[in-house]
Design a protein around this ligand. Sequence first.
Ligand code: PAF
Length: 302
Amino acid sequence: MEIWRAPLDFRRACDEARQRGARVGLVPTMGALHRGHQTLIEEARKHADFIVVSIFVNPTQFGPNEDFARYPRDLEGDAKKCAEAGAHGIFAPAPADMYPPGDETRVHVGATAAGLCGAHRPGHFEGVATVVTKLFALVGPAIALFGRKDYQQLKVIERFTRDLFLPVEVVGVRTVREPDGLAMSSRNAYLSAEARAQALAIPQGLSAAARAFAAGERRAGMLTALARGHVAPVASSIDYVDVADADTLTVLGPEEHTPDRVLLALAVRIGGARLIDNMVLGEDPIPLDTTAAKEGDEERHA
Ligand code: PAF
């Protein structure tokens, strides 16, 4: 497994792959890889010949009181997981490589980045959009894959890719869940056994709302109340439990009625970890209905 540290060495390797006629696929990550990331790599292999994984804990997407310093880092373990899943190389730069002295350009995305997590993490999506734009510029990927667990991030990336005419196909890949329904996340490593058990309230809450939705419930306030009813007893705080337009991410008021496809998303703190999860009601399988989960569910945008 080749590991590049310097951006220009990495760019050269990607250029050479393209000159050999390879279609280049990019899987951007912050490391501490899990099965969900491996699914992204496996999915990338179906659509590209040369798969690169970036592993970079991006400082510009963390707020001053967030977990940048303690975010889990394990390059050796990550390299093994990348190899297992069939990646060809890893880009693991240092912060000063991606943000050298004098760096002052940021990519700002509008309304798509404003609500949900954007309302609680000022500057977060600007940091994401900036680093992903830098990665796209270095790699020149034909395709880039992102997990749907970070649904707002996916929509923000789709938005600026379109707005800036970037020649990259952005693909969203289904959320991978543990057998008990908890969405896989690098931040699950922060959870004690007790908090891990409490976090099951998240898929339970989403599932309760999804069952009501399947039975015809369309009142936004009722759907969020069902999810909230599960998470409130175990969460130390709730940033939001919202329903929003699944494309624009405009949040619906409690009195509004939802269309037949709508995003239900939440961010809560349990046992010291900020956990997010979501599902598109009317589209995604119910988290605790394992029979409905399908391999390879993906959403593609040129
Ligand atoms: O989802 C992540 O791991 C990060 O936000 C990303 C897309 C790699 C940008 O740093």
